[in-house]
Design a protein around this ligand. Structure first.
Ligand code: IPD
Ligand code: CA
Length: 269
Protein backbone atom coordinates (compact mmCIF):
# COMPACT_ATOMS: atom_id res chain seq x y z
CA UNK A 1 0.00 0.00 0.00
CA UNK A 2 1.36 3.41 -0.97
CA UNK A 3 2.53 5.66 1.88
CA UNK A 4 2.68 8.72 -0.35
CA UNK A 5 1.06 11.81 1.22
CA UNK A 6 0.02 14.76 -0.93
CA UNK A 7 0.33 17.96 1.10
CA UNK A 8 -2.31 20.68 0.71
CA UNK A 9 0.37 23.06 -0.59
CA UNK A 10 1.40 20.63 -3.36
CA UNK A 11 -2.20 19.85 -4.23
CA UNK A 12 -3.01 23.56 -4.57
CA UNK A 13 0.09 24.09 -6.71
CA UNK A 14 -1.13 21.29 -9.02
CA UNK A 15 -4.57 22.91 -9.26
CA UNK A 16 -2.99 26.29 -10.09
CA UNK A 17 -0.88 24.70 -12.83
CA UNK A 18 -3.90 22.91 -14.31
CA UNK A 19 -5.95 26.13 -14.21
CA UNK A 20 -3.14 27.98 -16.07
CA UNK A 21 -3.24 25.28 -18.74
CA UNK A 22 -7.02 25.71 -18.88
CA UNK A 23 -6.50 29.37 -19.84
CA UNK A 24 -4.43 28.18 -22.81
CA UNK A 25 -7.30 25.92 -23.92
CA UNK A 26 -9.84 28.74 -23.58
CA UNK A 27 -7.65 31.08 -25.64
CA UNK A 28 -7.89 28.85 -28.73
CA UNK A 29 -10.16 29.83 -31.62
CA UNK A 30 -10.50 28.87 -35.29
CA UNK A 31 -8.13 25.96 -34.81
CA UNK A 32 -9.21 24.30 -38.05
CA UNK A 33 -8.20 27.39 -40.01
CA UNK A 34 -4.72 27.82 -38.51
CA UNK A 35 -2.20 26.22 -40.83
CA UNK A 36 -0.43 23.20 -39.32
CA UNK A 37 -2.47 23.33 -36.09
CA UNK A 38 -3.96 19.83 -36.47
CA UNK A 39 -2.19 16.54 -37.22
CA UNK A 40 -3.73 13.11 -37.87
CA UNK A 41 -2.95 10.21 -35.53
CA UNK A 42 -3.49 6.46 -35.97
CA UNK A 43 -7.13 5.33 -36.30
CA UNK A 44 -10.23 7.01 -37.72
CA UNK A 45 -10.76 10.74 -37.01
CA UNK A 46 -8.03 10.83 -34.37
CA UNK A 47 -6.27 14.20 -34.14
CA UNK A 48 -3.68 16.08 -32.12
CA UNK A 49 -3.50 19.88 -32.12
CA UNK A 50 -0.68 22.24 -31.24
CA UNK A 51 -2.66 23.01 -28.06
CA UNK A 52 -2.63 19.37 -26.91
CA UNK A 53 1.15 19.46 -27.24
CA UNK A 54 1.57 22.87 -25.55
CA UNK A 55 -0.65 21.93 -22.60
CA UNK A 56 1.15 18.62 -22.16
CA UNK A 57 4.58 20.33 -22.22
CA UNK A 58 3.46 22.92 -19.66
CA UNK A 59 2.00 20.23 -17.38
CA UNK A 60 5.09 18.04 -17.53
CA UNK A 61 7.45 20.99 -16.92
CA UNK A 62 5.38 22.28 -13.97
CA UNK A 63 4.82 18.86 -12.39
CA UNK A 64 8.52 17.99 -12.75
CA UNK A 65 9.36 21.06 -10.66
CA UNK A 66 6.78 20.11 -8.04
CA UNK A 67 7.55 16.35 -8.01
CA UNK A 68 11.22 15.85 -8.97
CA UNK A 69 11.80 12.28 -10.13
CA UNK A 70 8.18 11.52 -11.05
CA UNK A 71 7.56 9.69 -14.33
CA UNK A 72 5.01 10.68 -17.00
CA UNK A 73 2.71 8.54 -19.09
CA UNK A 74 0.99 10.97 -21.44
CA UNK A 75 -1.14 10.88 -24.57
CA UNK A 76 1.01 12.99 -26.89
CA UNK A 77 4.43 11.43 -26.30
CA UNK A 78 6.26 8.12 -26.67
CA UNK A 79 5.86 6.17 -23.45
CA UNK A 80 8.54 3.63 -22.55
CA UNK A 81 7.28 0.40 -20.95
CA UNK A 82 7.36 0.10 -17.16
CA UNK A 83 6.77 3.78 -16.31
CA UNK A 84 4.23 2.83 -13.65
CA UNK A 85 6.36 0.17 -11.99
CA UNK A 86 8.62 2.34 -9.81
CA UNK A 87 7.51 5.23 -7.63
CA UNK A 88 5.31 8.10 -8.71
CA UNK A 89 3.91 8.36 -12.22
CA UNK A 90 1.53 10.97 -13.60
CA UNK A 91 -0.90 9.77 -16.27
CA UNK A 92 -1.91 12.78 -18.35
CA UNK A 93 -4.39 13.66 -21.04
CA UNK A 94 -3.69 17.30 -21.91
CA UNK A 95 -7.00 17.71 -23.75
CA UNK A 96 -9.52 14.92 -23.38
CA UNK A 97 -12.15 15.63 -26.00
CA UNK A 98 -9.82 16.89 -28.71
CA UNK A 99 -12.50 16.61 -31.39
CA UNK A 100 -14.86 18.77 -29.31
CA UNK A 101 -11.97 21.20 -28.81
CA UNK A 102 -11.34 21.49 -32.55
CA UNK A 103 -15.06 22.07 -33.16
CA UNK A 104 -15.21 24.62 -30.29
CA UNK A 105 -17.87 22.47 -28.60
CA UNK A 106 -16.63 23.49 -25.12
CA UNK A 107 -16.80 20.00 -23.66
CA UNK A 108 -13.17 19.00 -23.06
CA UNK A 109 -10.99 18.55 -20.01
CA UNK A 110 -7.46 18.29 -18.69
CA UNK A 111 -6.98 14.97 -16.93
CA UNK A 112 -4.14 14.34 -14.46
CA UNK A 113 -3.91 11.11 -12.47
CA UNK A 114 -1.11 10.38 -10.01
CA UNK A 115 -0.19 6.77 -9.31
CA UNK A 116 2.29 5.28 -6.86
CA UNK A 117 3.37 1.91 -8.26
CA UNK A 118 0.01 1.47 -10.02
CA UNK A 119 -1.99 2.58 -6.98
CA UNK A 120 -4.07 5.71 -7.56
CA UNK A 121 -3.27 8.47 -5.05
CA UNK A 122 -4.65 11.63 -6.66
CA UNK A 123 -6.78 12.57 -9.65
CA UNK A 124 -7.97 15.86 -11.16
CA UNK A 125 -10.17 16.46 -14.18
CA UNK A 126 -10.62 20.12 -15.09
CA UNK A 127 -13.26 21.61 -17.36
CA UNK A 128 -11.71 24.97 -18.31
CA UNK A 129 -14.93 26.35 -19.80
CA UNK A 130 -17.00 25.97 -16.62
CA UNK A 131 -14.07 26.24 -14.17
CA UNK A 132 -15.09 22.87 -12.73
CA UNK A 133 -12.23 21.03 -11.00
CA UNK A 134 -13.22 17.44 -10.19
CA UNK A 135 -10.64 15.86 -7.91
CA UNK A 136 -9.97 13.15 -5.37
CA UNK A 137 -7.27 12.07 -2.96
CA UNK A 138 -7.19 8.38 -2.11
CA UNK A 139 -9.13 7.73 1.10
CA UNK A 140 -10.30 11.35 1.42
CA UNK A 141 -13.31 11.44 -0.91
CA UNK A 142 -14.04 13.18 -4.19
CA UNK A 143 -14.85 16.85 -4.75
CA UNK A 144 -16.06 19.33 -7.34
CA UNK A 145 -14.13 22.50 -6.52
CA UNK A 146 -14.84 22.57 -2.73
CA UNK A 147 -18.04 20.49 -2.71
CA UNK A 148 -17.98 16.77 -1.82
CA UNK A 149 -19.22 14.44 -4.56
CA UNK A 150 -21.29 11.28 -4.39
CA UNK A 151 -22.81 8.99 -7.00
CA UNK A 152 -26.59 8.89 -7.47
CA UNK A 153 -28.81 5.92 -6.62
CA UNK A 154 -31.34 6.04 -9.47
CA UNK A 155 -32.72 2.70 -10.59
CA UNK A 156 -32.19 1.49 -14.16
CA UNK A 157 -35.46 2.80 -15.59
CA UNK A 158 -34.67 6.31 -14.28
CA UNK A 159 -30.97 6.21 -15.20
CA UNK A 160 -29.23 8.58 -17.60
CA UNK A 161 -26.44 6.58 -19.23
CA UNK A 162 -23.54 8.14 -21.12
CA UNK A 163 -21.30 6.31 -23.54
CA UNK A 164 -18.24 6.73 -25.71
CA UNK A 165 -18.35 5.41 -29.26
CA UNK A 166 -14.65 4.41 -29.45
CA UNK A 167 -14.40 6.35 -32.72
CA UNK A 168 -10.78 5.39 -33.42
CA UNK A 169 -11.72 1.67 -33.36
CA UNK A 170 -15.13 1.94 -35.01
CA UNK A 171 -14.66 -0.90 -37.53
CA UNK A 172 -13.77 -3.38 -34.81
CA UNK A 173 -16.33 -2.42 -32.17
CA UNK A 174 -19.07 -0.33 -33.83
CA UNK A 175 -21.44 -3.15 -34.72
CA UNK A 176 -21.61 -4.85 -31.31
CA UNK A 177 -21.50 -1.51 -29.54
CA UNK A 178 -24.60 -0.09 -31.21
CA UNK A 179 -26.53 -3.27 -30.37
CA UNK A 180 -25.57 -2.80 -26.71
CA UNK A 181 -26.49 0.85 -26.88
CA UNK A 182 -29.96 0.04 -28.24
CA UNK A 183 -30.60 -2.28 -25.28
CA UNK A 184 -29.46 0.44 -22.87
CA UNK A 185 -31.67 2.99 -24.61
CA UNK A 186 -34.74 0.76 -24.22
CA UNK A 187 -34.08 0.01 -20.53
CA UNK A 188 -33.19 3.49 -19.20
CA UNK A 189 -34.50 7.06 -19.11
CA UNK A 190 -32.13 8.17 -21.89
CA UNK A 191 -28.58 8.10 -23.26
CA UNK A 192 -25.91 10.81 -23.71
CA UNK A 193 -22.63 11.17 -25.69
CA UNK A 194 -20.44 14.01 -24.41
CA UNK A 195 -17.11 13.44 -26.20
CA UNK A 196 -14.77 13.47 -23.18
CA UNK A 197 -14.43 10.18 -21.32
CA UNK A 198 -12.66 11.91 -18.41
CA UNK A 199 -15.66 14.20 -17.89
CA UNK A 200 -18.08 11.30 -18.45
CA UNK A 201 -16.51 9.49 -15.46
CA UNK A 202 -16.74 12.64 -13.31
CA UNK A 203 -20.39 13.16 -14.22
CA UNK A 204 -21.17 9.68 -12.86
CA UNK A 205 -19.13 10.57 -9.74
CA UNK A 206 -21.20 13.75 -9.35
CA UNK A 207 -24.51 11.90 -9.76
CA UNK A 208 -25.34 13.90 -12.89
CA UNK A 209 -25.43 10.67 -14.88
CA UNK A 210 -25.76 7.12 -13.55
CA UNK A 211 -23.46 5.03 -15.72
CA UNK A 212 -20.88 5.36 -18.47
CA UNK A 213 -19.44 2.74 -20.79
CA UNK A 214 -17.02 2.54 -23.70
CA UNK A 215 -15.39 -0.37 -25.57
CA UNK A 216 -11.84 1.02 -25.72
CA UNK A 217 -10.20 3.69 -23.61
CA UNK A 218 -6.54 4.57 -23.20
CA UNK A 219 -4.92 4.88 -19.75
CA UNK A 220 -4.92 8.72 -19.88
CA UNK A 221 -8.68 8.79 -20.61
CA UNK A 222 -9.60 7.00 -17.37
CA UNK A 223 -6.60 7.41 -14.99
CA UNK A 224 -7.89 10.43 -13.03
CA UNK A 225 -11.60 9.66 -13.36
CA UNK A 226 -10.99 6.17 -12.01
CA UNK A 227 -10.05 7.49 -8.55
CA UNK A 228 -12.63 10.31 -8.58
CA UNK A 229 -15.41 7.83 -9.37
CA UNK A 230 -14.31 5.35 -6.72
CA UNK A 231 -13.88 8.01 -4.05
CA UNK A 232 -17.41 9.21 -4.88
CA UNK A 233 -18.74 5.72 -4.10
CA UNK A 234 -19.02 4.43 -7.67
CA UNK A 235 -17.89 1.15 -9.17
CA UNK A 236 -15.57 0.92 -12.18
CA UNK A 237 -14.48 -2.24 -14.04
CA UNK A 238 -14.02 -3.37 -17.60
CA UNK A 239 -17.08 -4.53 -19.54
CA UNK A 240 -16.62 -8.10 -18.27
CA UNK A 241 -16.71 -6.93 -14.67
CA UNK A 242 -12.94 -7.38 -14.20
CA UNK A 243 -10.69 -4.81 -12.47
CA UNK A 244 -9.03 -2.35 -14.84
CA UNK A 245 -5.38 -3.02 -15.61
CA UNK A 246 -4.02 0.44 -14.90
CA UNK A 247 -1.73 1.66 -17.66
CA UNK A 248 -3.36 -0.54 -20.35
CA UNK A 249 -6.06 0.06 -22.92
CA UNK A 250 -9.36 -1.27 -21.65
CA UNK A 251 -13.10 -1.29 -22.00
CA UNK A 252 -14.74 0.59 -19.13
CA UNK A 253 -18.02 0.41 -17.25
CA UNK A 254 -18.54 2.96 -14.47
CA UNK A 255 -21.79 3.19 -12.56
CA UNK A 256 -23.46 4.11 -9.35
CA UNK A 257 -23.22 1.19 -6.93
CA UNK A 258 -26.87 0.18 -7.45
CA UNK A 259 -26.59 -0.10 -11.21
CA UNK A 260 -23.20 -1.64 -11.92
CA UNK A 261 -24.35 -5.29 -11.85
CA UNK A 262 -27.51 -4.57 -13.81
CA UNK A 263 -25.55 -2.66 -16.46
CA UNK A 264 -23.09 -5.56 -16.75
CA UNK A 265 -25.84 -8.04 -17.51
CA UNK A 266 -27.66 -5.61 -19.84
CA UNK A 267 -24.47 -4.99 -21.83
CA UNK A 268 -23.53 -8.66 -21.88
CA UNK A 269 -26.90 -10.07 -23.02
C1 IPD B 1 -11.34 10.56 -26.55
C2 IPD B 1 -12.53 11.07 -25.78
C3 IPD B 1 -13.79 10.42 -26.33
C4 IPD B 1 -13.72 8.91 -26.32
C5 IPD B 1 -12.47 8.42 -27.00
C6 IPD B 1 -11.26 9.07 -26.38
P1 IPD B 1 -9.28 12.24 -26.90
O1 IPD B 1 -10.14 11.14 -26.05
O2 IPD B 1 -12.41 10.76 -24.41
O3 IPD B 1 -14.93 10.79 -25.57
O4 IPD B 1 -14.85 8.39 -26.98
O5 IPD B 1 -12.41 7.01 -26.86
O6 IPD B 1 -10.10 8.58 -27.00
O7 IPD B 1 -8.73 11.52 -28.10
O8 IPD B 1 -10.20 13.34 -27.24
O9 IPD B 1 -8.21 12.64 -25.93
CA1 CA C 1 -8.41 11.25 -24.18
Amino acid sequence: MSDFILTTALKNAVFALIRDCGALIRSAHDIERARGAITDKAGAANYVTVYDVKVQEKLIAGLTELFPGAQFLAEEKENAPGLLENGLCFIIDPIDGTTNFIHEMHCSAISVGLYDRKEPVFGAVYDPYLDEMFWAVRGEGAFLNDRPLGVADRPLEKALVSFGSSPYNRREFGDGFFKQLYRVFLATADIRRGGSAALDLCFVAAGRTDAFFEQVLSPWDYAAGYLILREAGGVITDLRGQPLKIGEKSSVLAANAVLHKEMLSLLGD
